[in-house]
Design a protein around this ligand. Structure first.
Ligand code: PLP
Length: 376
């Protein structure tokens, strides 16, 4: 199956091989701990920082929930900044752990507007924490987290960023961007198996946890247990196989100019669809890791997906209210290869023909004329 969806992404054979090598007992073997810490440092390297990174056993959603559970105390006010599905989701964690979520909603088809946020903050800034999403995967919008977090810092607000679909695909400088908690996942741009949350944390966020008046209401989700566990290397038995796989996947990412590769494919994907008469969902701040395209009139995205699956290709539909009105191409992590995209465009031409959709030009022909093909 050719995987071109917005995650989980295609996993390289060498990553799967590493995963199959069970070698030791993570709790009892001191060499395992050394290895594990080296993997954590590779995560920090990916986001250009010396700040501490750690791994939690669980899908990336675990990290989102754990960030609120660990940082926020009952009764605290959290600014939930959002222009999409995942961003809004933070409000449910805040409310679930007894906080007050201030929902700051912006246009779902554009990046968070900085000027508007700046004006809002002038009169409303008694928040201890603010949450946001770097890349809104359901709609293909990448927010300018550097400017947003730096603005929040002026008001001493801690910043929590869901970067699940951007770490390993977009440039991030953890310190320079003024991020306090950065949450990534293993299965998007890093192209490792699902099941690990990767967290990078600032000293300010650690201090907030340390100075809590109340205990963190969870053992498993307690960040401190992951970065400063007393008496044992890990708070629970680690799945070493997933970490072997992650280590290999991180090496593959760090070996390449991953920012440029994602940007090049993003530019071409947008251009090909636009030239062929399609409309992109996002009006600005377009993501470099996936592209959301509006489905042609009277066509459902599930019809397009059905036609592609018959041809052994998987892309994504939209999410929630956009489920049937957009389809999404993940030029993300190991999905990216000329061969994959070649087969995608050949198949899409066929599927649109079957669905009686007239495109302005053949997607495949347009792809053949694109820079990424010409340069190859
Ligand atoms: C993928 C993703 C997550 C994790 O969600 P799952 O759908 O459970 O994998 C969280 N946030 C963002 C922005 C994501 O893209």
């Amino acid at each position: 199956m050719k995987i071109l969806c917005a995650g989980p992404t295609y996993i390289d054979e060498s990553v799967m091989e590493k995963m199959g090598q069970s070698k030791t007992n993570p709790d009892l073997d001191p060499n395992y701990e050394k290895f594990h810490r080296s993997v954590e440092r590779k995560i920090s390297k990916l986001v250009n920082t010396d700040a501490r990174s750690f791994i939690m056993l669980g899908e990336a959603i675990l990290g989102l929930e754990a960030s609120i559970c660990s940082l926020m105390e009952k009764g605290e006010k959290v600014l939930v900044i959002y222009n999409g599905f995942f961003g809004e989701g933070f409000a449910s964690y805040v409310e679930g752990y007894g906080g007050t979520a201030y929902r700051y909603e912006d246009d779902f088809q554009r990046g968070i507007n900085l000027e508007k946020l700046e004006n809002f903050l002038k009169n409303h800034n008694d928040f201890s924490i603010a949450t946001m999403v770097h890349c809104e995967t359901p709609t293909g919008i990448t927010n300018d987290i550097k400017s947003i977090c730096s603005l929040l810092k002026k008001y001493d607000i801690l910043t929590v960023v869901d970067a699940v679909s951007s770490v390993g695909g977009e440039f991030i400088n953890f310190d320079d961007f003024n991020i306090d908690v950065l949450i990534a996942g293993s299965q998007k741009c890093i192209s490792a198996p699902v099941g690990l949350t990767l967290i990078t944390i600032s000293e300010a966020a650690k201090a907030k946890i340390k100075n809590r008046k109340s205990k963190i209401p969870s053992y498993y989700l307690n960040f401190e247990n992951s970065y400063d566990f007393k008496g044992a290397p890990f708070p629970y038995t680690f799945n070493e196989n997933l970490v072997y796989a992650l280590d290999r996947a991180l090496d593959l990412v760090l070996q390449r100019d991953f920012v440029k590769i994602h940007r090049d494919y993003a530019l071409e994907t947008r251009e090909i669809f636009t030239k062929c008469g399609f409309e992109l969902f996002a009006k600005d701040s377009l993501s470099n890791t996936l592209t959301a395209v509006k489905t042609p009139e009277n066509i459902k995205s599930s019809d397009i997906l059905k036609g592609l699956i018959k041809r052994d290709i998987i892309i994504s539909k939209g999410v929630a209210q956009n489920a049937e009105s957009i389809f999404r191409i993940g030029h993300m992590g190991n999905n990216i290869s000329l061969q994959n995209f070649k087969e995608l465009y050949i198949a899409l031409d066929e599927v649109f023909k079957e669905l009686n959709v007239k495109t302005k030009a053949s997607l495949y022909e347009t792809f053949l004329k694109s820079d990424i093909v010409k340069k190859d």
